[in-house]
Design a protein. Structure first.
Length: 153
């Protein structure tokens, strides 16, 4: 077998990205996760609340850019989360035109519940991995994120 070329490597990496992203973005996975969490939330709002939890405080336009969706769609979904009492909006101190979004106390509680369930699921999925393998995976994924973040085509 001939040695792998850069394209073989990049193709395999790309395929792995696609498979992981596809799995992580499956609506049925979100529904099952919400059920396991015992949380009543529209499954379309679930990933948005999780992203707000990671990126907050964040403006709606920046949030839309981070997700890769139209800001008017994200704004409507954020309004739904706000009406449910899961996020709060406030003006940015440095720009009165920008409204920052962050989890409310109820949103933080929901995110904490998600964290508990995610921890249980990850422990089961990675139970055969050593502590060193888990540490290496996390280190390399963070390094990868740093390499691809802001990557221009």
């Amino acid at each position: 077998m001939p040695p792998a070329t850069a394209n073989d490597w990049s193709d395999e990496l790309y395929q792995t990205f696609v498979e992981i992203a596809g799995y992580m973005n499956r609506p049925d996975i979100d529904v099952a996760f919400l059920e396991r969490s015992g949380v009543k939330l529209d499954s379309a709002l679930f990933p948005l609340l999780c992203r707000i939890g990671v990126l907050s405080p964040i403006g709606v336009v920046d949030l839309a850019d981070a997700i890769g969706r139209d800001h008017s769609t994200i704004s409507r979904q954020v309004a739904k989360l706000e009406s449910l009492g899961l996020v709060d909006r406030s003006q940015a101190p440095d720009d009165q035109r920008v409204r920052l979004v962050r989890p409310s106390p109820a949103g933080d509680a929901m995110l904490a519940r998600f964290g508990e369930v995610r921890g249980e699921l990850m422990e089961r999925r990675f139970e055969g991995w050593t502590a060193g393998e888990r540490t290496d995976l996390l280190r390399l994924m963070k390094k990868m994120l740093g390499s691809v973040r802001g990557m221009e085509i």
